[in-house]
Design a protein around this ligand. Structure first.
Ligand code: NAD
Ligand code: UDP
Length: 312
């Protein structure tokens, strides 16, 4: 049994990770300030005596004896991370410093949830880990992109200077049950709109692409990365390389829900990346046997079933 700290554990991805690590017989400390997460996501874990929930903001130091730290605390949807951009970048930067400081003191391994956003609006396709990215440092997405880039830098510096055991994972667009219905991300928006027969809001002409990964595949990748050898520190891409235009996604969701929704075109937000697809050869090689297992149709079906239960 390991003692495992998960920051952002009451959020979408964090709640799945808490559940999986508890099921594997670990003790889980879930730290969250409930900015975008909520107790409902983890309420089913409250009866487990090895689960502990702590209201805490990672921009301030946290003290606990733990073996592993998954640092997931940070709003992930553009709508939420742009709501208070200064707080967003503080969360990434101060959060990483505080968690790396904790890892250093207690000799824990720290896994940083980084993002495909470090590649910005990529000029290399698909994106492999050696691509340095094409990020606007002063745009509306910068608080998130640059905060995550800085968190990666901090991980490498704590590793090189203080010998802290680190793991950096670049997560590509992930979806599944427990996304917030008002999260603002494309999969949740489209499913909620389709189930309510409201217009499906496509930003721009919908020709931009994303690669969508089902949450269980990500959680498997995160756990394998955390428990990989000390030579495997990343950064490593975890995503599903299936690439779809936003129009294709809308059409799939309309078909799977049997919706009457029409498509409504709205302006494309500033700096919205035109294409995104992970090169996952490094993950396949280093995290032996890891591969995304859930295709988009199956993952969407499970996510639609979840949203049917929570929206009226
Ligand atoms: P989410 O918004 O559902 O979860 C983030 C959690 O962090 C929430 O529970 C929120 O309350 C908490 N949080 C935010 N600021 C905090 C703070 N200052 N102190 C403590 N807790 C705080 O988002 P998610 O999709 O579950 O994302 C989890 C992590 O994965 C994030 O770090 C995100 O950047 C990263 N990521 C997600 C995706 C994706 O597609 N979902 C892609 C790339 C990276
Ligand atoms: N998008 C859209 N309609 C929506 C929400 C998002 O067309 O209601 C687009 C958005 O402009 C982007 C893509 O879908 O091109 C993915 O957006 P999301 O916010 O999910 O993730 P990110 O842009 O961070 O990859």
């Amino acid at each position: 049994m390991k003692r495992i700290l998960i920051t952002g554990g009451a959020g979408f991805i964090g709640s799945h990770l808490c559940e999986r690590l508890l099921n594997e017989g670990n003790e889980v400390l879930c730290v969250d300030n409930y900015f975008t997460g909520n107790k409902q996501n983890i309420i089913h874990l409250f009866d487990n005596p090895y689960f502990e929930l702590i209201r805490h903001d990672v921009t301030t130091p946290f003290y606990a004896e733990v073996d592993q730290i998954y640092n997931l605390a940070c709003p992930a949807s553009p709508v939420h991370y742009q709501y208070n951009p200064i707080k967003t970048i503080k969360t990434s930067v101060m959060g990483a410093i505080n968690m790396l400081g904790l890892a250093k003191r207690v000799k824990a391994t720290m896994l940083q949830a980084s993002t495909s956003e470090v590649y910005g609006d990529p000029q290399v396709h698909p994106q492999s880990e050696d691509y340095w990215g094409h990020v606007n440092p002063i745009g509306i997405r910068s608080c998130y992109d640059e905060g995550k880039r800085c968190a990666e830098t901090l991980c490498m510096d704590y590793h090189n200077q203080n010998n802290v055991a680190i793991k950096i994972v670049r997560i590509f667009n992930t979806y599944g049950p427990r996304m917030h219905p008002n999260d603002g991300r494309v999969v949740s928006n489209f499913i909620v709109q389709a189930l309510q027969n409201k217009p499906i809001t496509i930003y721009g002409d919908g020709s931009q692409t994303r690669s969508f990964q089902y949450v269980d595949d990500l959680v498997e990748g995160l756990i394998r990365m955390m428990n990989s050898g000390s030579d495997c520190i990343g950064p490593i891409n975890i995503g599903n390389p299936g690439e779809f235009t936003i129009i294709e996604l809308a059409q799939k969701i309309i078909t799977l829900t049997g919706s009457q929704s029409q498509i409504e075109y709205l302006p494309l937000p500033q700096d919205d990346p035109m294409q995104r697809k992970p090169d996952i050869s490094k993950a396949q090689e280093k995290l032996k046997g890891w591969n995304p297992n859930c295709n988009l149709d199956n993952g969407l079906q499970k996510t639609i079933e979840y949203f049917k239960q929570i929206i009226v």
